[in-house]
Design a protein around this ligand. Structure first.
Ligand code: FEO
Ligand code: CA
Ligand code: CA
Length: 681
């Protein structure tokens, strides 16, 4: 191929990258669920129809048609300031925002640096081999850092509760695999047995000890990727552990032992091999990890092998299991992924899994009381009365938002006393009313329609088919609920809805004038009486994401002047800094903006409420996950997931982080000059 042809070929590859990347993400991350009809058959109201009615009334009150200017009416005082005045006040966050870009690196503002901490294939144990692309083995992968890192949780050492920010354990999810980028000789639809075994070992969770090196002689690389480590992980630490799709784990809570959880391997329905599609998660107040099983449906083949009158078939269909073969074809070598042979195995996935990162010999536990759906994350807060509340979204178009309230109370004097708190309590699903109020509807067997006549003969039935139960209660269909997190400063709950391009024109109106919600939005929810166990709440739209320079997007930033904020699309994972500012990681900007995904920060209180600024941009093809601060706010960890997705071995879309193919999903840590907190002083 001539040089000109090579260049032309590379140019066309880059032009096609966003589309290819989107298609590959759909294929491997969620089994292309966006290309199929939504699986929620209920006629429950969509969130958009309620938002429409609510904003309609506000428009009528103001006597104005909906427009971008309406959305900024009722604005904060700052929205009436000049750009210069805003910029001066904007210095409160301490950095100059970066811009969207398509560079194949991690970009951070001046005065900050990023460093790759650990990559796919890096050895965790002292016996694990170094990563070798052409000599991959499942046994090695089971002792190496897994693929496609997502949730990142920092647990201080030497113990939970220690006020330490210089050493700790990182718990990192490995959501899924991109076999076409992992194996040079991968044949789609016909993987080898060893490739499948490596994929199983590359899923799950890594627990890894990390340390911040002494300050002093370590050079700082302003606004760049550091060549010298400020943080390092400890190879061979006694804490280091891999949990994979083969690790034995226990089923606990009301659904334990249910007939639908029994298989040939496990006739009693109490022990499962592995965890799958671990997306986001959470940390409990007693220092355990909650890791969430999201798009588990894509791994199980041959739903059509079940007879139509088998009630399990309808339950599986409600979760979107494929009729025939899977894309991954694991069923070629493992009967448990074939419904023709093991029709109950999928019921053993879709749960929240609790793991003690401080005890490498502990058995992970699937907590069935928290319900079974495509859990994005699980955020825990201790209520004023000591009960524990867990918020969780079901990430699929037209699915629901949930919370769990424990029966027992948190005991701060003993970690172990809390280890079974998540086995007993009440699961609720959210209904948003058009007047800005809302209710949490209890998913309790025997209450309302949740009876044997409707297919729910026990609480276990309700929990195994949580989606079906929520349909009967009239919950709100949402635009793909992702992270739901509690702001530790103002106490409000932030619900991220990443997008929903399947919203039909008859579901939108002048109040929410996007024919499809391609950019996503964020809701700010306030529990009545600031009681997280309350069954009623109020809510506001905090952000309608999009490009503020594009009127068609109708972007809205809590009333802040949109001409001053950064464009943002597809919010996914969130966290808060010590001042309560909201940090947002995105997953989808290559598809919507043709730019890389990144991290953004926005105050939620005061005159800068809604003033969104971009802090980080990832390499090509990657979404950014985490993010997670050290307790002192001086380190910001984030996961760079699926860099180069959309490319191939022959035409790599990214060579991050090593400058050579293949790209390697990695965890990054961002620090600031002089070791100062990332935000503030
Ligand atoms: Fe795995 Fe909802 O993102
Ligand atoms: Ca996510
Ligand atoms: Ca995601």
């Amino acid at each position: 191929m001539t040089e000109t042809r090579v260049n032309r070929s590379r140019r066309s590859t880059l032009m096609l990258l966003p589309l290819r990347r989107a298609l590959q993400t759909c294929r491997w991350a969620c089994g292309s669920k966006c290309f199929q009809q939504p699986v929620n058959p209920s006629d429950n109201p969509t969130f958009e129809s309620i938002l429409q009615r609510r904003l309609d009334r506000r428009v009528l009150l103001k006597g104005a048609a909906l427009s971008a200017s309406f959305l900024v009416a009722g604005s904060t005082p700052l929205a009436r300031l000049s750009a210069g005045e805003v910029a001066a006040r904007g210095a409160s966050l301490g950095f100059d925002p970066i811009s969207l870009n398509t560079e194949d690196r991690v970009t951070v503002p001046e005065g900050y640096q990023s460093q790759v901490l650990i990559r796919w294939g890096d050895p965790l144990t002292s016996t694990a081999p170094a990563f070798q692309l052409d000599a991959q083995r499942a046994a090695a992968q089971a002792e190496q850092f897994g693929y496609n890192c997502d949730f990142v949780g920092f647990f201080p050492l030497p113990r939970w509760g220690a006020r330490v920010s210089t050493m700790g354990l990182l718990a990192v999810n490995h959501e899924y695999t991109n076999p076409e980028l992992m194996f040079p000789d991968y044949v789609a639809g016909n993987p080898t047995q060893e490739q499948v075994a490596i994929e199983l070992a590359a899923h799950g969770v890594s627990i890894v000890e990390v340390r911040r090196r002494r300050r002093g002689a370590i050079p700082f690389v302003p606004s760049g990727e550091a060549g010298v480590e400020r943080w390092t992980y400890v190879v061979g630490s006694a804490y280091n552990r891999r949990i994979t799709a083969e690790t034995s784990m226990e089923i606990t809570g009301p659904a334990k032992g249910h007939p639908w959880l029994r298989t040939s391997d496990d006739p009693s329905g109490v022990t499962v091999r592995g965890t799958l599609n671990n997306c986001a998660g959470g940390k409990t107040p007693w220092g355990t990890l909650l890791t969430c099983e999201e798009n588990f449906h894509q791994y199980f083949a041959n739903l059509d092998a079940l007879p139509d009158d088998d009630p399990r078939k309808a339950a599986h269909a409600r979760y979107g299991l494929p009729a025939g073969a899977t894309e991954r074809r694991w069923e070629l070598y493992h009967a448990r992924f074939d419904l023709a042979r093991e029709p109950n195995e999928p019921f053993r996935f879709g749960w929240v899994v609790e793991i003690d990162p401080y005890d490498p010999s502990s058995t992970p536990r699937k907590r069935t009381a928290l319900g079974r759906f495509k859990h994005e994350g699980a955020t825990v807060v201790v209520n004023g009365d000591g009960r524990v509340v867990v918020y969780s979204g079901d990430d699929e178009r037209f699915e629901y938002i949930y919370k769990f309230v424990s029966s027992g109370r948190f005991d701060p004097r003993s970690r172990e006393a809390n280890f079974d708190l998540l086995d007993e309590g009440t699961l609720y699903v959210a209904r948003f009313n058009d007047d800005g109020t809302g209710e949490w509807l209890p998913l309790v067997h025997g209450a309302g329609p949740l009876t044997a006549e409707n297919g729910f003969a026990s609480q276990a039935d309700v929990l195994i088919n949580t989606r079906g139960a929520a349909d009967l209660l009239g919950a709100n269909k949402m635009d793909r609920p992702e992270d739901i997190e509690v702001n530790p400063v103002n106490g409000k709950v932030y619900c991220v809805l990443t997008n929903n391009t399947r919203r039909q024109p008859d579901q939108v109106n002048a109040a929410n004038p996007r024919p499809n919600n391609k950019h996503g939005h964020i809701i700010e929810l306030t529990e009545d009486g600031n009681d997280y166990a309350a069954t009623t709440f109020t809510w506001e739209i905090f952000m309608l994401c999009g490009d503020p320079a594009n009127p068609d997007d109708q972007a809205y930033f809590a009333g802040f002047d949109p001409s001053l904020v950064s464009p943002i699309s597809s919010p996914d994972n969130i966290t808060f800094d010590r001042a309560g500012n909201l940090w947002i990681a995105t997953d989808g900007q290559p598809g919507t903006f043709r730019k890389n995904d990144g991290i953004f920060v926005v105050p939620v209180e005061g005159p800068e409420r809604g003033y969104l600024r971009q802090f980080l941009s990832g390499p090509r093809g990657a979404e950014i996950c985490g993010p997670e601060f050290t307790p002192n706010g001086a380190g910001l960890f984030c996961a760079v997931q699926h860099p180069g997705e959309g490319g191939t071995f022959a035409q790599p879309a990214s060579t991050w982080p090593d400058g050579i193919a293949p790209p390697r999903p990695s965890v990054v840590v961002v620090t600031r000059e002089h070791g100062r907190p990332v935000i503030g002083s």
